[in-house]
Design a protein around this ligand. Structure first.
Ligand SMILES: COc1ccc([C@@H]2N[C@@H](C)[C@@H](O)[C@H]2O)cc1
Length: 451
């Protein structure tokens, strides 16, 4: 192994209470909110199709012009309690809020800059209101923080001169202080979601990323840090020069999911995928007709897919400049919430089942139980759901979760090979089958045939 000072600090999954809670949460709400929500992807009458939170660069807007949006930030319809109630109904157990996105505008009254809500017409601390409202609903709150900062004069994309180095170290001190401020002033924060760490200026500062992780865990013991923060002694990110995951979970899946057949390696570590409802909009965009908008059932399948591979699914919402969500977002919250109210127990506290992926959908398994869940998205025309079990696993019973125990026919067709018979009809939402099994070796008729 290559000796490293700023590489992975430990290997394997954390098994402390805080990480077990983070893992059992499984489903989270991402919220991207900032000045970008005011123009919403439109500038001087022109609609820019790229992600709305990048409008400053898409429309080549000078920093002073963009920053003056602060004087328009006044979300008169913002209601943290209403947001938290919607999230509770959706079935999320955690929420991750952009405290500061790339634009540098802070949703909390940071003492280290004037570019915050405190100096906007709105004035009040948005982070405080969200933390209190979501925690009151029993939902954990995590902080997204962009290291990249378009506003701060000392930010550098690369270090090419001694002046760059001096400026960037001033910037990193500023960011360190802001992060300490967030971890100190909002003591119920459970995790930090770092972004904007891909530039060379950060890769050259692996030591700073190590010190930030260390500081956060000293100020807030148990706090969780994503792999995107970290660079090692040689600028390697996410995994260090020895291939070891840095931070507490892998956070490279953005708008994409690992393949349930070829990417099973992810089941060896904790990971989270974050997802947009439109094709590629994190911040509020005025015109959602410019791309595909994912339906509730598409997103529900992604949530189940993610759980089936032992990951967390962070679904993004982009409130408007006034502090409201769109009808499509409300519909998604209600539709997924309705399914979660019936079947949330096959998501929360569930994990990878170690079973071979089948065409009909996904398996999940409740931690520490012999209860195997089958979430069926694709009903085969045959009505026969194939189940291949590992050696030593015998299926005993299968029933639709909401059928009050009416068993389904389980046909053993070969060693560790079964067919579960279900009615062939139009299902309008994913069906959940609960399977009971026992340890033991198959000794069906075919064994005799062989001997
Ligand atoms: C292609 O480059 C980027 C850079 C930043 C992002 C940001 N990460 C997401 C989690 C959002 O915050 C998006 O703005 C996305 C793509």
């Amino acid at each position: 192994a290559i000796p490293l000072k700023y590489g992975a600090q430990y290997t394997g999954k954390r098994s402390d209470e805080a990480m077990n809670k983070w893992r059992s949460n499984r489903f989270g709400q991402f919220i991207h909110w900032g000045l970008y929500a005011i123009p919403g992807g439109v500038w001087n009458g022109k609609t820019y199709n790229y992600a709305a939170e990048f409008l400053k660069s898409s429309a080549h807007i000078p920093t002073p012009v963009w920053d003056s949006l602060m004087y328009q930030f006044n979300p008169v319809k913002f209601d943290a309690k209403a947001w938290a109630k919607m999230a509770k109904k959706m079935g999320v157990k955690y929420m991750t809020i952009t405290t500061k996105h790339h634009e540098g505008f802070c949703l909390w009254p940071s003492e280290y800059t004037n570019f915050t809500v405190a100096n906007s017409p709105y004035k009040k601390d948005i982070i405080k209101q969200l933390v209190e409202a979501y925690n009151a609903e029993g939902i954990d709150v995590n902080f997204y923080y962009s290291v990249l900062d378009w506003h701060h004069p000392d930010w550098r994309y690369d270090i090419k001169t001694p002046e760059d180095s001096v400026a960037m170290s001033r910037y990193l001190t500023f960011a360190y202080n802001q992060l300490k401020e967030l971890a100190t002033n909002y003591p119920t924060v459970k995790a930090f979601w770092f972004d904007g760490t891909w530039d060379n200026s950060v890769k050259l500062n692996g030591k700073w990323t190590y010190e930030v992780e260390k500081m956060l865990k000293e100020v807030r013991p148990g706090v969780i840090v994503n792999s995107r923060l970290r660079a090692d002694d040689y600028g390697k990110r996410h995994k260090d020069s020895n291939g070891q995951l840095m931070g507490d979970y892998e956070s490279g899946y953005e708008r994409r999911l690992p393949d349930p057949v070829t990417d099973l390696a992810v089941t060896k570590w904790d990971w989270e995928a974050c997802m947009t409802i439109p094709e590629n909009q994190w911040g509020y965009h005025k015109d959602w007709s410019i791309s595909h908008v994912k339906s509730p059932l598409e997103l529900l399948e992604m949530l189940v897919h993610t759980t089936s591979m032992g990951g967390n699914f962070l679904l993004n919402f982009g409130p408007s400049g006034e502090g409201t969500f769109r009808p499509q977002e409300l519909n998604i919250a209600n539709t997924i919430g309705a399914w979660m109210s019936k079947y949330g127990n096959v998501i929360w506290d569930c994990d990878y089942a170690g079973m071979k992926k089948e065409d009909w959908g996904y398996y999940t398994k409740k931690k520490g139980s012999n209860q195997l869940n089958m979430v069926v998205f694709n009903v085969p025309v045959s009505g026969l759901l194939r189940v291949n079990t590992p050696k030593g696993m015998i299926l005993e019973k299968a029933a639709f979760l909401d059928s009050k125990g009416v068993s389904l026919k389980v046909e053993e067709i070969a060693a560790n090979q079964y067919l579960i018979h279900i009615p062939v009809k139009q299902y309008t939402s994913p069906q959940v089958i609960q399977v009971d099994y026992r340890e033991g070796n198959a000794k069906g008729s075919y064994e005799k045939a062989k001997t």
